[in-house]
Ligand binder design. Structure first.
Ligand code: TYM
Length: 368
């Protein structure tokens, strides 16, 4: 027998000194919320490196993320582990990750104001995901809409990762004790499950994680060019954030509008027009929306004319993003540097929170 003064309490995690100044308390809505040592709430969100960042991602997520940069401590991740739950070409993944970084920075994620990093470069994400899988109910995962939908879409590849996808997503968020999660509508169910996982963990092991909340913007569900389904890479109904105007026009010109408008002389209803509701409303200033509305209801403008005005307004937003992306592309080492710094900063916090969670679960060595 060794003479160690072992106790059953285990060894306390070593946390950075400033850590203890931070606090967790309920917000005005009653959700357990975490404030960092500077009194800021943490924000986390992620995007899959799927090859093309589209305007659904931009309007539903990235443009909303940007509004958090000044007043919150923000973490944004290119979630490559999530992207491997669908079949992909490994040789293409590095470029997809790089492209996602370029598009996100160009679209407004100022690296001086947030931490941008690649998920798989911070392995604590997958470790916490395992720990969370033991407080996540099988039935809850089976109820996830996205899982059911993806299982239908890829019947031949219903892998376990697809099923436990929301557990990794919960780990992404809670590893930073992020309370605010800006996402599009399709992700709200996953954020609610992440909150449930935090509650289950806290109830069993003590109060470690905040009860994260989803924040959705006005562009929470942007429809694709088909006017029927959510804009999504897998449906081929997208407009890319970095797509040049000529190429956007080729898609926009034939896109469906209000069916009543067969000819210019037929009056229409803007609320029944996908071009107006999904795109004009988000890209055009009020005076152009008024012009489009009057022109449509009064049969004074044709749909092509209306789409041309939209294209001009889209270009005002997307043109500068494209230009910035081209500049970044010419300096790949700077993009890599942003991601390396991001991973280092993320890892510091991730390691501390993981240590705290492990200690709460008793996954520590006996004191010698
Ligand atoms: P992903 O990569 O599918 O999409 C990234 C973000 O874009 C939003 N979005 C949309 N918003 C409006 N209209 C659309 N048509 C549209 N398409 C996509 C998504 O809602 C999302 O906010 N599981 C996540 C990634 C993720 C994550 C996380 C998000 C992993 N870990 C932790 C938040 C927190 C996903 O697949 O997003």
């Amino acid at each position: 027998m060794s003479k160690s003064k072992a106790t059953t309490q285990g060894v306390a995690p070593i946390l950075p000194k400033h850590y203890n100044k931070a606090m967790m308390k309920r917000d005005e809505k009653g959700y357990l919320t975490y404030w960092n040592d500077q009194g800021k709430i943490r924000v986390f969100s992620g995007i899959q490196p799927t090859g093309e960042i589209h305007i659904g991602n931009y309007l539903g997520a990235i443009s909303n993320w940007v509004t958090f940069l000044d007043d919150y401590e923000c973490f944004f991740s290119i979630v490559d582990h999530h992207a491997t739950t669908v079949a992909y070409e490994p040789g293409e993944m590095p470029a997809r990750i790089f492209d996602a970084a370029v598009a996100n920075i160009a679209a407004g994620l100022d690296p001086a104001k947030c931490t941008l990093f690649v998920q798989s470069e911070v392995p604590e994400h997958t470790e916490l995901a395992w720990m969370f899988s033991t407080v996540t109910m099988f039935g809850d995962l089976g109820r996830m809409t996205q899982f059911k939908q993806k299982s239908r879409e890829q019947e031949e590849n219903v892998n376990v990762g697809l099923f436990t996808y929301p557990v990794l997503q919960a780990a992404d968020i809670l590893l930073y004790k992020a309370s605010a999660v800006p996402v599009g509508e399709d992700q709200v169910q996953h954020i609610e499950l992440a909150r449930e996982i935090a509650r289950n963990f806290n109830a069993r092991y003590g109060e470690v994680f905040p009860e994260c909340q989803a924040y959705v913007s006005e562009g929470k569900r942007i429809l694709g060019l088909d006017g029927e389904n959510k804009m999504s890479k897998s449906l081929g109904n997208t407009i890319g954030v970095l797509e040049p105007p000529e190429s956007i026009w080729k898609k926009l010109a034939p896109a469906k509008t209000d069916e009543r408008r067969k000819r210019k002389e037929d009056a229409g209803v803007p609320e029944d027009c996908n071009i107006y509701m999904s795109y004009h409303r988000h890209f055009s200033p009020p005076e152009d929306l008024e012009w489009a509305r009057k022109g449509c209801t009064g049969a004074k403008i044709g749909c092509l004319e209306c789409k041309k005005r939209l294209l001009e307004n889209m270009e005002k937003v997307l043109g500068p993003i494209r230009e910035k992306a081209e500049n970044l592309r010419a300096r790949p080492y700077e993009v890599n540097d942003v991601l390396s710094r991001g991973a280092r900063k993320a890892k510091k916090i991730a390691a501390a929170v993981l240590a705290e969670a492990k200690a709460a679960m008793g996954l520590v060595r006996l004191k010698a």
